[in-house]
Every structure is written in structure tokens, then in C-alpha cells.
Design a protein around this ligand. Structure first.
Ligand code: ATP
Ligand code: MG
Length: 246
């Protein structure tokens, strides 16, 4: 690990970058993951590297969805595994969600490396190795999911998902919670809950909301979910990027 002084003005951003580099070295993150990271950094810089108020509300709604779901699954790719393994385990525990490794550039080695990495960080069972079902409408490799995982899920949290897969999952009738720093990307635009935030901030904040909502009745969770308007998040984050304000 490279040492970054905490006093550095862009400490968090540099730390994030090093985690992705480590991920590539360990075979967890694909080289394309470096490009995705670069795009994310640019948007985060424009957003002021903060969680906007409308985004915090979306994160609370995401927690409500996960808590209310029959079968919630957190989809894990190579970037997220490298950046927030502990936070993924904590969110799974707080909501009763399962973890499933689901890769855009799928290789068995990389899936195995990510499962091992998550388990080193305290995860129990991790799905994604069986790959015995397919998401309709996608080509073979991109479509693979576990029959008793994402395929069966009613609510799926998909951080940094590509647009085609986000759309295909939505067409299967799943409630999608998408974390993506680009409000113009198709993935958040097809989401029931677009979370325009860095996964580094979003995951712990969703977990905090989940703890806060732990004793909330299904009726109240439904009221929180029904009051939410995804358009507001997309509009407010785009405006913040354009104007530099909230
Ligand atoms: P599509 O239209 O298919 O969605 P895309 O151009 O968005 O295509 P990618 O290159 O896979 O496809 O985009 C990666 C996305 O992930 C970008 O929108 C980027 O902002 C986002 N991203 C990268 N790092 C992070 C992060 N740490 N937290 C949240 N989002 C991130
Ligand atoms: Mg995208």
C-alpha cells in the first residue's frame, strides 16, 4: 500500500485510486475498471465529492427497499469489491441481502478471486459461481446469473452497472437501485432509485439508514418508498454538476 498523508486535500480520492490499483494487481478488478474509476472521479469532482441532500434521501429509500424486499441481492463487480468490501458485508448484514458477484468481463478466476476477497472481509456465502440462469435479452457471457441469486431477486442493488444490463434487469421486473456518479448514464436513468454518489460514501450511508429503519413497519417503509421521485435526484445532481451549487 502506498502511504497518502491524511492532510492531502484530495486524500479520499487518492486512497480510492490506490484501492483500485491494488484490485487490478490482485486480479479482482479488470483493467477496464481503471477507466470506469477515472470517469467516476471526474463526476465526483464536479459534484464537489459530497452526498447531495436529494441523494441522501435516495439512499434512505434504497435502505427501505432492501429491508422490505422478499429477496434482496447486492451485485458485486471488481471495482466495488476493491473499494468497499467491508461496507458490502455490513450492508448485507444490516438488510439481510445476499452478495452475488456479477461481472461485465466475466472470468472464473476473477469471480473466485472476488468471492475469496469478500470472505476475507467477513462475508458468509457469496453467490455468482453457479451461473445457472440467464438474464433475457443479453448475450451469453453478460447474461449469466445464479438461479437462486439475482435471477430470483425482487430488489437488486447494482453499483456501476452498464446500461444494457441495467435495462435488462429492469425489464425482468426487478426493482433496481443503481449507484453511479453520472446522472446522464443510462443505468441510473432506468433505476427505480438512482443514487448519484460515490460507492465509498453511498454504501455506508445506506447501511446507516438501514439501521435507522430496522424497526420500521412494512406500511411505513412502503410510504417512504412511494413518496420518492427518481427524477428529482437526476435533475438536482445534474444541476449541481452544471452550476457547482446544490
Ligand atoms: P452505459 O451507458 O452503458 O451505462 P457508461 O459509459 O456509463 O455506459 P462505464 O464506463 O462502465 O459505462 O461507466 C462506469 C460508470 O461508473 C460511470 O458512469 C462512472 O461515473 C461510474 N463510477 C465509477 N466509479 C464510481 C464510484 N466509485 N462510485 C460511483 N460510480 C462510479
Ligand atoms: Mg453507465
Amino acid at each position: 500500500d502506498i502511504e497518502v498523508p491524511e492532510s492531502h486535500p484530495r486524500y479520499q480520492s487518492l486512497l480510492t485510486r490506490h484501492r483500485i490499483e491494488d484490485g487490478v494487481e490482485k486480479g479482482i478488478t479488470s483493467p477496464q475498471g481503471l477507466i470506469a474509476q477515472g470517469r467516476g472521479e471526474a463526476f465526483d469532482y464536479l459534484l464537489g465529492e459530497r452526498t447531495l441532500p436529494s441523494v441522501d434521501r435516495a439512499e434512505r429509500v434504497a435502505a427501505a427497499h432492501l429491508l422490505r424486499a422478499r429477496h434482496p441481492v447486492l451485485s458485486v463487480n471488481g471495482n466495488v469489491a476493491a473499494l468497499v468490501p467491508d461496507e458490502l458485508v455490513a450492508l448485507a448484514e444490516a438488510t439481510g441481502a445476499e452478495l452475488e458477484v456479477n461481472l461485465f468481463n466475466r472470468t472464473d478466476e476473477r469471480i473466485r478471486a472476488i468471492v475469496d476477497h469478500l470472505q476475507e472481509h467477513g462475508a458468509g456465502a457469496v453467490k455468482g459461481t453457479t451461473a445457472d440462469e440467464r438474464i433475457p435479452g443479453l448475450d451469453h457471457e453478460r447474461a449469466k446469473v445464479d438461479a437462486d441469486g439475482i435471477y430470483d431477486a425482487d430488489v437488486v442493488l447494482v453499483p456501476l452497472e452498464d446500461g444494457d444490463r441495467a435495462q435488462a434487469l429492469a425489464e425482468m421486473g426487478k426493482t433496481e437501485l443503481v449507484i453511479d456518479l453520472n446522472p446522464l448514464s443510462r443505468s441510473p436513468q432506468t433505476a427505480a432509485v438512482p443514487i448519484i454518489d460515490n460507492v465509498i460514501r453511498a454504501l455506508p450511508n445506506i447501511t446507516t439508514h438501514a439501521h435507522d429503519l430496522a424497526d420500521t413497519s412494512t406500511e411505513e417503509l412502503t410510504a417512504i418508498i412511494d413518496a420518492f421521485d427518481p427524477e428529482t435526484v437526476l435533475t438536482e445532481t445534474e444541476r449541481a454538476i452544471r452550476t457547482g451549487g446544490d
